[in-house]
Design a protein around this ligand. Sequence first.
Ligand code: TYD
Length: 209
Amino acid sequence: MEKRGKFITFEGCDGCGKSTQLRLLSEYLTENSIPHIFTREPGGGKISEAIREILLNGKNSEMTDECEALLYAAARAQHLHDRVEPALQAGKLVICDRYVDSSLAYQAYARGLGKEFVTKINAFALENYLPDVTVFIDLTPEAAFARKQGADENDRLEQAGMEFHRKVYAGYKALAQEYPTRFVCVDGNQTPQEIFNDVIELLQSRNCL
Ligand code: TYD
């Protein structure tokens, strides 16, 4: 039987440079013939992508915070079943763009739903599928916004309000304190290549590569 694969998640505030890191990692894993899948939340499968469409649709602004948190958790349960578990069982490395820590940072901390509620509705994920490593690209929303300035007038960072993103960031920092072994901060103020070197070093040190 294949050895169970490792589960790695990436987290960060909007605009932190996560997508660039995921692209670099994808190239690295392909070049080194490391069996893996890339997936994302919310989404990653037929039903969870349909839930993503509901969640990220700007027309659904009347959605309550509770409904939002429950939909993220529902999409997650389906995604774990459809994509994550089969790949882990096949011995593949699973790289997921956002996971349960996003619910803790965005819904529990920033929206103010509280840790207890969000932990409860995500118990299935937290108890059965806690990542081996969570890479947090540590960049403040101010720094992320300064980098993007002028690039996009309708920038989501600005739309959601800097105050909200500050709370998300504070939420992530609290998670780093709470899960010091699993949840690792990588300095997002460096060049993309320097950040990537840190990511590779971290994943190697955890026997993920
Ligand atoms: P996406 O376009 O994938 O953004 P990014 O490139 O920043 O990852 O949108 C995902 C959004 O969903 C992002 O703003 C964070 C949010 N989100 C939550 O609020 N809770 C969650 O549990 C997850 C997985 C995502």
